[in-house]
Design a protein around this ligand. Structure first.
Ligand SMILES: O=C(CO)COP(=O)(O)O
Length: 255
């Protein structure tokens, strides 16, 4: 069988809850300035602001090829769900992608695999690309055991999502070991490559494009070490400086 061609590369950044309104909008304007570089022929780029600034961010980025995303969604489109945000409304507000099941939501807000799967299904139903965050909570100190333990923990996180999303829908999986988020350094490259190669197999028979990203203290210099296993990066803090984002785009885009 010929080797399967790899999907298009992709880079994304979440602003989490780090920025105020003005900082978000000025960051988004900075991202707009990056558009027009040659990168956009080679990769997709997305920015995920908070809910409040999403619509204005989408308006600013409308003339560009940059996607805007949301940090979460509810699984129903409408109804008596005070405080939740509808995937239908997110789509109407200009979102193209929606992050689901981030480690911070799983840990702080008790999100379960079942909720994450329902949210991924709702995103796909509304024409949004689910960006599903997965990852093991603890880091096994023995490298060989760490890979097996990570796969065992991540497998149900992936399979429950794939069962809830139509087979031909596009899905992005962000492998983010919980212990590598908010750290000084990303996870060890061999660990990331070994785990992501296995996770990719879980989606091998799908009709829809499935891309696998790495996240967790990623920044300039990260991608080249793990390119064998991933299609791009999902960035936090180290891309909140627009110059670092530009460097990562150049690295992932191969400029
Ligand atoms: O959680 C992340 C992206 O979702 C990564 O955050 P940091 O890069 O700040 O560790």
């Amino acid at each position: 069988m010929p080797p399967l061609s790899r999907p298009r590369r992709i880079v994304g950044v979440s602003l989490k809850m780090y920025f105020d309104v003005q900082s978000t909008l000025s960051y988004v304007r900075g991202v707009l300035q990056l558009d027009g570089d040659a990168w956009n022929a080679r990769l997709d780029l997305f920015v995920i602001p908070d809910f409040v600034t999403l619509m204005e961010s989408a308006r600013i980025l409308e003339p560009s090829s940059v996607w805007v995303g949301a940090q979460d969604t509810f699984w129903e489109d409408k109804g008596a769900y005070t405080g939740e945000v509808s995937p239908l409304v997110l789509r109407q507000a200009g979102a193209r992608i929606v992050e689901i099941g981030h480690a911070e939501r799983r840990a702080t807000f008790g999100e379960t695999d079942e909720w994450v799967a329902k949210k991924a299904g709702a995103a796909a139903r509304n024409g949004l690309i689910p960006l599903v965050c997965i990852g093991e909570r603890t880091h096994h100190s023995v490298a060989s055991a760490a890979v097996g333990a990570a796969i065992q923990e991540c497998k149900p996180q992936v399979t429950s999502v794939l069962a809830a999303v139509p087979d031909d829908a596009e899905v992005i999986l962000a492998y983010e070991p919980v212990w590598a988020i908010g750290a000084a350094e990303p996870a060890d490259a061999d660990h990331v490559v070994n785990v992501t190669k296995e996770l990719r197999k879980l989606a091998a028979g799908r009709a829809g494009v499935t891309r696998v990203l790495y996240g967790g203290s990623a920044g300039p210099g990260t991608f080249a070490k793990i390119a064998e296993g991933v299609d791009g990066l999902f960035l936090g803090r180290f891309a909140h400086d627009i110059h670092n984002l530009k460097k990562v785009i150049q690295e992932v885009g191969g400029a």
